[in-house]
Design a protein around this ligand. Structure first.
Ligand code: SAH
Length: 217
């Protein structure tokens, strides 16, 4: 990644990584991946002072780029191995997808807002990231491409969507924030057998809501 990249960006990212370690992101592969993705390029303008702060930030269309700690935690809980097929629901800025690609995953990502989809599926390849981008309703997943080794939902869901459960491979893991509009519990759903699922809970978060259907602007 050589686009718009300076020692200053690298230095700020190193500081961000040091902060994430202290907050509990321990998986070295996750920290390395976050250390490689130029987060400042994923924002509306180059707000350098915000790009490498550990906070969420508006990306337009009423949406946000997730806080790096949240990206780190969700990615750590996914337990990604190189070459795994991963479905992301909620492309947003494309930042989380880039982190997954840096970990060697094959990424399929869905966004329900046309404006964000249009922007990101052009922008990501320009900076060297090539996930398969889809415009659609993530509640339905991508049945034609299932099963997935891992599924990550980056918006707060009222419950675990049935369609997504069925699109998990056996032994696959889904990481999804589940709860009310104001607070969600980070939930890991593991498909143990064809019909059995195991659920783990990993603390409280606040995400923008997972909404049904698509919007054409
Ligand atoms: N992963 C993103 C975070 C995006 S915020 C990033 O790294 O920047 C959540 C995103 O989920 C928003 O872009 C929102 O439009 C999208 N979203 C909400 N409901 C959705 C649905 N049903 N299907 C697909 N995307 C959805």
């Amino acid at each position: 990644m050589e686009i718009n990249e300076s020692p200053r960006h690298k230095g700020l990212r190193k500081r961000l990584i040091d902060g994430l370690k202290i907050k509990g992101i321990r998986n070295e592969k996750v920290l390395d991946a976050i250390g490689k993705v130029p987060r400042h390029l994923f924002m509306e303008s180059t707000f350098l002072q915000f790009a490498y702060k550990d906070q969420a930030f508006p990306i337009g269309a009423g949406q946000t780029i997730s806080q790096p700690f949240t990206v780190g935690m969700q990615t750590q809980l996914l337990e990604i191995e190189k070459g795994e097929k991963v479905l992301e629901v909620g492309t947003g800025s494309g930042y989380q997808a880039a982190v997954l690609l840096e970990m060697g995953a094959r990424v399929f990502t869905i966004e329900r807002q046309k404006e964000l989809y249009n922007k990101v599926h052009k922008f990501l390849p320009e900076i060297g990231y090539n996930p398969a981008c889809f415009f659609g309703d993530g509640y339905k997943g991508l049945p034609n491409f299932a099963p997935f080794d891992k599924i990550i939902v980056t918006a707060g869901a009222p419950c675990v969507p049935e369609d997504l459960k069925f699109q998990l491979a056996i032994n696959g893991r889904m990481v999804i924030p589940v709860g009310s509009e104001h607070r969600q519990e980070m939930t890991v759903v593991i498909r143990v057998t064809e019909n059995e699922y195991k659920i783990e809970k990993h603390g409280d978060y606040v995400f923008v809501p997972l909404l049904k259907g698509t919007v054409n602007f």
